[in-house]
Design a protein around this ligand. Structure first.
Ligand SMILES: NC(=O)c1ccc[n+]([C@@H]2O[C@H](COP(=O)([O-])OP(=O)(O)OC[C@H]3O[C@@H](n4cnc5c(N)ncnc54)[C@H](O)[C@@H]3O)[C@@H](O)[C@H]2O)c1
Length: 263
């Protein structure tokens, strides 16, 4: 595939390496600031020449760029985060055709981790004596806490508890709420406590513990670098070409993992 890279920052460079490693070519790198980009701005002629666009840029740019992709009927993978408020407007652009796939986490390994945590939650909700807790560690520059991925995992734990509740007996099954603050009190049985630690250069560690008086079962995902996100985005682009619709990364992952449903 001939790929136009939109946003040539840290992720744009990773996408380029991942795409070249999978035998694709780069139509152009578009970025208004990056000195090593080919173009400062997207245009229809450029986008029409490409098989697919892969965008990791700024939330403010998502709508205008999506308008260009949809006009050209060029499929687009959007990894940029923080444009929840524009989601409906962008989806509307795809009402009559075209293809766009978006997601806040393109790491295939992270989605495998989510699936494993979901299964662990389901079985531990059926057994007496198990509690669940979570902590995550990220580098000193990260601006938000807990991480979006940590919240997704915690929400998935709650969903698994809710669906296991009928047959459930254990402590895990009783979970109804996520708490992310420092606790100066005893934690309620219905709460899952999610803690965050910031420092150093760690790209991201998420740990979920199922804990009983007898033992601890610990599931951990450790991201080594940004390459996992880039590889996932390129795989998603390969999946998207030839399809029509407004997709989430979970649609692609569900097929990759052979599941009807993922988190
Ligand atoms: N979905 C995922 O898996 C995933 C993973 C990592 C990062 N992200 C997200 O991807 C985005 C980029 O992350 P990054 O670490 O590469 O940031 P970055 O700051 O290194 O790069 C972003 C680049 O986008 C450029 N840009 C700004 N406006 C643009 C426009 N209109 N057209 C093209 N380029 C434009 C900027 O000049 C900058 O070079 C962020 O929103 C980040 O949260 C998503």
């Amino acid at each position: 595939m001939n790929i136009v890279i939109v946003g040539y920052g840290r992720m744009g460079h990773e996408v380029e390496s991942a795409a070249l490693a999978r035998g694709h070519t780069i139509a152009a790198r578009v970025d208004p600031v990056a000195r090593d980009a080919d173009r400062a701005k997207l245009d229809e002629e450029l986008v029409s020449r490409a098989d697919v666009a892969v965008e990791f840029a700024l939330a403010e740019a998502v709508f205008d760029n999506a308008r260009v992709y949809s006009r050209c009927r060029t499929p687009a993978v959007v990894g940029t985060t923080g444009w929840e408020d524009q989601r409906r407007a962008v989806q509307e652009l795809y009402r009559d055709g075209g293809a766009l796939l978006w997601g806040s986490n393109f790491s295939v390994g992270a989605h495998m981790f989510l699936a494993l945590v979901g299964f662990a939650a389901e079985i531990s909700a059926k057994v007496e004596g198990y509690d669940v807790l979570m902590y995550e560690i990220h580098h000193k520059r990260k601006k938000d806490s807990p991480s979006g991925t940590a919240l997704t995992i915690a929400e998935q734990l709650l969903d698994a508890c809710a669906s296991a509740a009928e047959t459930a007996r254990g402590e895990v099954a009783r979970k109804r709420r996520i708490v992310t603050d420092r606790l100066d009190r005893r934690r309620d049985d219905e709460e899952i406590h999610v803690a965050s630690v910031r420092g150093g250069e760690t790209p991201g560690i998420h740990t979920v513990m199922f804990d009983s008086a007898a033992d601890t079962i610990e599931l951990r995902h450790t991201a080594r670098n940004r390459n996992g996100f880039a590889v996932g985005a390129v795989l998603a682009a390969e999946w998207l070409v030839g399809r029509t619709g407004f997709f989430r990364v979970e649609d692609f992952i569900a097929e990759l993992l052979g599941k009807g449903d993922t988190a």
